[in-house]
Design a protein around this ligand. Sequence first.
Ligand code: ZN
Length: 174
Amino acid sequence: MLKPILIHPDPRLKKLADPVADLSDELRTLADDMLATMYDAPGIGLAAPQIGVSKRLIVLDCVKDEGEAPRPLAMFNPEIVASSDETNVYEEGCLSIPDIYAEVTRPAEVEVRWMTLVGKEQQEVFKGLWATCVQHEIDHLDGKLFIDYLKPLKRQMITRKMVKLKRERAREQA
Ligand code: ZN
């Protein structure tokens, strides 16, 4: 089932999300719904707080080449266990901040540990777009958005744009 995605500014996007204790069918359905919502958007990553669920769960699939098989990943309680000193700059966007893109510098490689859909612990090193995406999504679990890396003036300008966008959308629905 597709879920509505929250648009910044929203207090639910600023909250520290709770760790997932035990996997349940409900949580697995939530992960499936998040993947469907992400692909539909379309996007390459989505975090549970973006659909108003304050749980440490993210989904991502950063496969870009058309011939390549998709690689949907759902991560419960993802944690960065190591980051490279080397950094990378990517033009980032966010489904909660539509049509806004800005360059963000982050570690080029990160090692992430998480719990899979079947409750298994997994650890993997991510590079390139995958590294940027997984860091962006984990930030969401800590109430952090990519615009928080920008200068305050730029961030305020973007927030004003989003307030306007939300007002317009509310008017359309009324
Ligand atoms: Zn985002």
